[in-house]
Design a protein around this ligand. Structure first.
Ligand SMILES: O=C(O)CCC(=O)C(=O)O
Ligand SMILES: [Fe+2]
Length: 215
């Protein structure tokens, strides 16, 4: 990977992934001076942890949350909770910079007045992956998903409405924001195993932030 590819050289451009799905290249970059310190504070209050799926697998992706609702999984299933199951405390509040980034990116992608109440923060290390899935634990499927990529690059798999539909491979770089909603809201997606790389700002990790309307 060429060093310049760590930062989207495509900043300011848009890739269409569907009728109501796109990647806004580099869209998050102007927010990072505020966003990165806010992320540090969140992970101090609610550290990343590897949760167990209902099937008994420990996820290779570690996660935490901020906002009124946080996505969790354990042997009993996937769900949103108001509290961090590890500490018993409410999830850290959603920083203003994140709700602003989410609603501005959503508007740019054609979804006006998006107000997320849930923010899942995923941490991938080299080798971590996320298998193809649909995001279907949210009550409000009318709202889009806004997904911010930071750190080392990843290959996003964006499939169809059936698990067997062959997914498209979309590279995501530091600062890219993917948005999908409407007719594309329930499309299968995932992340290929991350390669061994180091990002100049975030080191050997990828942080992905998904903002949703869950409640
Ligand atoms: O890491 C990503 O880009 C996607 C994350 C995702 O699909 C999820 O958290 O549901
Ligand atoms: Fe997802």
């Amino acid at each position: 990977m060429l060093p310049e590819l760590f930062e989207s050289t495509l900043a300011g451009t848009r890739d269409s992934l569907g009728e109501q799905a796109c990647v806004l290249r580099g869209y998050a970059l102007p927010y990072l001076a505020q966003l990165l310190p806010a992320l540090d504070a969140i992970q101090e209050a609610a550290p990343f942890r590897n949760m167990t799926t209902p099937g008994g697998y420990v996820m290779s992706v570690a996660l935490t949350n901020c906002g009124a609702l946080g996505w969790t999984t354990d042997r009993h299933g996937y769900r949103y909770t108001g509290r961090d199951p590890q500490s018993g405390r409410p999830w850290p509040a959603m920083p203003e910079v994140l709700s602003r980034l989410a609603s501005e990116a959503a508007a740019e992608a054609g979804f006006s007045r998006f107000e997320p109440d849930a923010c899942l923060i995923n941490r991938y290390l080299p080798g971590s992956r996320l298998s193809l899935h649909q995001d279907k634990n949210e009550k409000d499927a009318a709202a889009p998903i806004v997904s911010v990529s930071l750190g080392i690059p990843a290959v996003f798999l964006f499939g169809g409405h059936e698990r067997a539909d062959r997914p498209r491979r979309v590279p995501l770089f530091h600062g890219d924001v993917a948005v999908w909603g409407g007719v594309d809201r329930m499309r299968y997606h995932g992340i290929m195993p991350l390669k061994e790389e180091r990002h100049p700002v975030l080191g050997a990790q990828r942080i992905n932030i998904t903002l949703r309307k869950a409640g």
